[in-house]
Design a protein around this ligand. Sequence first.
Ligand code: GLU
Length: 506
Amino acid sequence: MKRTRVRFAPSPTGPLHMGGVRTALYNYLFAKKMGGDFILRIEDTDSHRFVPGAEEYIIESLRWCGILPDEGLDADGKLASKRSVHNPHAPYRQSERKGIYRKYAEQLVDGGFAYYAFDTAAELESARAAAEGAGETFIYNSASRSSLRNSLTMDPAEVKRLLEERDDWTIRFRMPENEVVEMDDIIRGHIEVNTSTLDDKVLWKRADELPTYHLANIVDDHLMEISHVIRGEEWLPSLPLHFLLYRAFGWERPEFAHLPLLLKPVGNGKLSKRDGDKMGFPVFPLRWVSPAGEVSRGYREDGYFPDAFVNLLAMLGWNPGTEQEIFSLEELVQAFSLDKVGKSGAKFNPDKAKWFNKEYLRMRSDEELTALFMPVLAEHGVSAEPASVLEIVSLIKERATFVRDFWDIAWYLFNAPEEYVEKDAAKFWKSENVAMAREALMETGSAHDMEEYIRSREWPMGKVMNCIRLALTGSSNGLGIADIMRFIGRDEALARFHRAEERLII
Ligand code: GLU
């Protein structure tokens, strides 16, 4: 059997959307499941859309997610860019493969599958305007190409002259007339498209001596021995052309699998950055600052764990066929198969995304969480002993979704409250409760003894405890009193109580 080789082929036109990371992930999972190779290829032949920093962003995102390619990157994480005698597939950046595409485009011309087109931009524009004037849309295809300036309509000597003289010609695919292209997609099933609906796409441009996406993509998938093309559904309309290109070259086709779109949490349509901005969630793996200075938030900076992010992405469009939702990357590799990827779009649920992080946070060891919490404490000017923080971190983590929540949940373990929540104070700081609370605190050494004491006096437990809690934390909620008192100690608890007595008016 042919070795499984898949590729993730992003264009560095901006930050990688989370849908793009999901595409990379599914490619990775499929490759690993099949014992094959996962390749990263940078499709940067469209120089107008090139955005500085986008390629680095893509690589850093994959690295953060732990889905590193087998090819396309050196062992140290840098893009392998030099053709090496040991690696016939390199380089992996299309701009560095520039020289190889022209001969393939010309091979198609020689075989009658493509032709040279000499129409200038202005000529095409006027053809477009004329069609629109007649209430039609202009398509460069079998119907219109016979009246345009190309090697199918002009005499060979003229063609030869223009090829030499001009530097703005292109090579276009000669789309067959009225043929039904039959295709099979692993996810979408059988698809039929009539070629009359398709146009003669440009494959290669003399102006910059670069191929367009379609040609470069097919040539590279062939040369890199790609067995399966797994990509977003937005590429489905290109599939008939790609099928026809493989046929024209006489090459064996890879299998295709088009992944369902990620959809907005509410309403219809594709998940966009605007949805994230509106509802307060990131749509990019990492924070991104555009060349114009516009900032987009990232999952990493928002405090997501990479394995939680990978897990939640895996579940957007794929299901294991069981109730299991939490999967490590290794478990995903084991469970993954393309036949469990759905056809219909996957609605993104930001609350569910948080749920995943919460689950992963709870699975983290107390030691690891303590190490993550220590710098947060330092930021707040707290110098605490890791050993004592370790004692309470397991209580805090039960209530948190992100490590950054830790401070909000437990700041009062480290600082005495400066203020008291007004409505809680009004409810719990009553003179009779304060008197009982003071006595209970003074007479006992620990929360446990205190409870015993309150019980023996037949005092109202809830009222007394809430009164103490208000003094210790400034509000009526928080961690268990026993835990708080154990952490801050009896002296600090008493000090805080006396402070509350000074500050709170009954
Ligand atoms: N360069 C294309 C993109 O940016 C790749 C599409 C494909 O995988 O064929 O998504």
